[in-house]
Ligand binder design. Structure first.
Ligand SMILES: [Zn+2]
Length: 328
């Protein structure tokens, strides 16, 4: 039996939602979303399932592995959408208002979340799965914080690029589901344990693959600074990015692009990696200018079912295989 799809009634009018969003965007200095990491148990009627909303397709895949058919799981940011540029629609407010809990990546990735939660009246039902992960700072690589990114503006939000961090997500997901729905705690624990074993195997596989790349060629240039956690875990150096920021929304200056091309030539970088959800034009120009290969990867989203990366495990396998093929 598969997890049932969850449909929502558009109970909030467009006009009302827009007004609320505009008003609330103006005062986004509210308390952090992590205020209540593991909410109290929910009163579920007999046969009623826990209703969970996941922000990204990667969060949803992790939640599906832990919750399986014991939860009703919905997705907020549609598959194939860049999470940095996502803007919620009124149906999303209804979805969040109806959910028992919303699972998010956190670390400021979901800049839209706070006004959305305020509109839905559900501001205390969010669990940020990256809670507990040792975060990377922006350091000097960061442009001005993007509009609508009130949380952790100087931290790298792309925690999922390291499977070891996703093991933390699994832990947080299991604790959340078990706390909200203690009757199924045993099953959540068993599911989480089985999935963690697969992540553990994935981590060993990534290590074996990366070992095939000569150490001096483990150099990453990407469309924005997306693979910091992968780099930290498996010994890559991030030489630079087309957009030298933790978001895909900024624009590089001509000077920054010239400096990047110089860094690529100096370091002998072999490839420029671009996410499927962003415009590849600038990266293509940089690759041509420097005589390097342009390689497409999956970054902020999985693929639709049947695609190359329709699970998190396949997402990592696809990306690492492509990186190894380009750099070895
Ligand atoms: Zn990103």
């Amino acid at each position: 039996m598969k997890t049932s799809e969850w449909s929502f009634r558009p109970v909030v009018s467009v006009a009302l939602f827009c007004v609320a969003l505009v008003i609330l965007s103006g005062c986004s200095s509210a308390s952090p979303l992590t205020e209540m990491p593991f909410p109290a148990p929910v009163d579920l009627a007999p046969g009623e399932k826990l209703r969970v909303v996941a922000t990204t397709s990667i969060v949803r895949d992790v939640a599906a592995n832990v919750g399986r058919d014991l939860i009703d799981l919905a997705l907020l940011i549609p598959t194939g959408t860049d999470p940095h540029s996502f803007e919620p629609i009124p149906q999303d407010v209804a979805a969040v208002a109806d959910a028992h809990v919303l699972l998010a990546n956190g670390v400021g990735l979901e800049g839209f979340l706070e006004p959305l939660l305020e509109s839905a009246g559900a501001s205390r039902r969010v669990v940020e799965l990256s809670t507990g992960i040792r975060l990377l700072d922006a350091g000097e690589n960061r442009d001005q914080p993007a509009e609508g990114e009130p949380h952790h503006p100087d931290m790298d939000p792309h925690t999922w690029t390291d499977p070891n961090n996703v093991m933390v997500w699994v832990e947080n997901t299991e604790r959340t589901l078990s706390t909200l729905d203690p009757r199924n705690a045993e099953a959540y624990r068993a599911n989480a344990q089985a999935y963690r074993a697969q992540l553990d195997e994935l981590d060993r596989w990534v290590r074996d693959q990366v070992a095939r790349i000569p150490v001096e060629q483990r150099l990453l240039v990407t469309d924005h600074l997306v693979f910091g956690y992968l780099a930290r875990q498996y010994g890559f150096t991030q030489v630079g990015a087309i957009i030298p920021a933790y978001t895909s929304l900024a624009q590089p200056s001509a000077k920054e692009l010239a400096e990047l091309e110089e860094a690529i030539r100096d370091a002998g970088v072999k490839a420029v990696f671009v996410g499927h959800t962003v415009n590849p034009n600038l990266a293509d120009t940089v690759a041509r200018d420097t005589g390097t290969q342009l390689v497409l990867l999956y970054t902020g989203s999985l693929t639709e079912n049947g695609g190359d990366a329709d699970t998190y495990l396949d997402y990592v396998r696809y990306n690492v295989s492509a990186i190894v093929a380009a750099l070895k």
